[in-house]
Design a protein around this ligand. Structure first.
Ligand SMILES: *Cc1c(COP(=O)(O)O)cnc(C)c1O
Length: 360
């Protein structure tokens, strides 16, 4: 075959970013909502679909969707950028502000896609460390500014996979220290005690990225957005493909916002279940970290995380093995599910740890 068929540069991409899917009864590995969206939403969308002009290209500027999101957050539609999942939002940010000759700062352990997209867009990566409790280390943010002058600084809050949200004072401090754009990834923002959305302003180098994938029960739709300065949004718009956001998705995203009360009730229920999971973990031979998200990071106090993961799969419960991520050796991450799923998880974990004791 022609040499031209080989990729221009492997960029250390590895196998790409993915979470292994295994056929099990209880899937608690990808942080989605355990609940489907409200029936009334599905009906409203079905009705609306009858009116979509499928022969025509969609509204390229997604005006109605952006206006609805603007109303939700109390900002102008011009301050809202929408894309196919927040991952496309993040990729567009790096296409716009990163690229060859520029650097992005990430603080590990954190969401692996930030560095993956850095490699994909040929943005240089400056990798810093978090504190022992996995909170952001402002000394590292300062060091990044001095050593790398990053065009983009990623703050994941609540942080995936460790679970903690950054305090407001820390994000304010990052805004002072970071020389370029600060990207606060709030994929789990609705579970956190506060939102950096409050800090967005026309003269602040801050964008806050959100997704429909987690709290809005719409991971299948692939829809995400950011709120930031209108000037930033205008630059991002210039770099996406024409008509990148289809008409069905625009309608789905707009209609979902009519069900904010239902979404908030689910968030409250998931937070209650999170408490119940932590109480359960407290009684078992595991170490766990506090969570402001819909998942919990934990590790067995003795024995091997990978082995424990396999024993859970044997009991038809799938969690995420994050033991290969920086500084998370032996750690697993469980998504908060329905009460029945969480019961199944805790029961399986109890058995699996017990089996581990017998093996000793
Ligand atoms: C799940 C997740 C996302 C969501 O990505 P989508 O493309 O919107 O599904 C973004 N950031 C973080 C940190 C996540 O965990």
């Amino acid at each position: 075959m022609s040499a031209l068929l080989s990729p221009s540069d492997d960029q250390g991409l590895g196998a790409g970013y993915h979470s292994p899917q295994v056929a099990v009864d209880v899937r608690l590995n990808t942080n989605e909502s355990p609940y489907p969206p409200p029936r009334a939403f599905v009906h409203a969308l079905a009705t609306e679909l009858a009116d979509v002009a499928f022969n025509r290209y969609p509204d390229r500027e997604a005006r109605e969707l952006r206006a609805a999101l603007g109303r939700l957050h109390g900002v102008d539609p011009e301050q809202v950028f929408v894309a196919n999942g927040s991952n496309e939002v993040l990729q567009t940010l790096l296409l716009t502000y990163g690229g060859p000759g520029r650097r992005a700062a990430v603080f590990e352990p954190t969401y692996a896609l930030h560095s993956h997209l850095g490699r994909l867009t040929r943005t240089g990566l400056w990798v810093g460390e978090r504190q022992p409790d996995f909170g952001l280390d402002l000394g590292e943010v300062k060091r990044a500014a001095a050593e790398a002058d990053p065009a983009v600084t990623f703050v994941c809050s609540p942080n995936n996979p460790t679970g903690g949200a950054e305090p407001r004072a820390v994000v304010e401090e990052v805004l002072d220290l970071a020389p370029g754009l600060v990207v606060v990834d709030e994929a789990y923002g609705q579970f956190a005690p506060w939102s950096a959305l409050d800090l967005v302003g026309p003269d602040v180098g801050l964008v806050v990225v959100r997704t429909y994938s987690k709290t809005w029960s719409m991971a299948a739709a692939r829809l995400g957005y950011l709120v930031g300065p209108a000037a930033v949004v205008a630059e991002l718009e210039r770099r996406v493909l024409p008509y990148h956001l289809d008409a069905v998705k625009q309608a789905a995203g707009r209609l979902a916002l009519r069900f904010t009360a239902e979404m908030e009730a689910r968030v409250a229920a998931i937070k209650d279940e999170r408490r119940r999971i932590l109480d359960g973990l407290d009684r078992l031979a595991v170490e766990w970290w506090p969570s402001d998200a819909n998942f919990v990071l934990f590790r067995p106090t003795t024995g091997d995380g990978r082995e424990l993961w396999a024993r859970l799969v044997e009991r038809s419960v799938l969690v995420r093995d994050v033991g290969e991520w920086p500084r998370l050796s032996g750690c697993l991450r469980v998504t908060v599910g329905t009460p029945a799923e969480n019961d199944a998880f805790l029961a399986a974990l109890y058995e699996a740890l017990d089996q581990g004791q017998e093996d000793l």
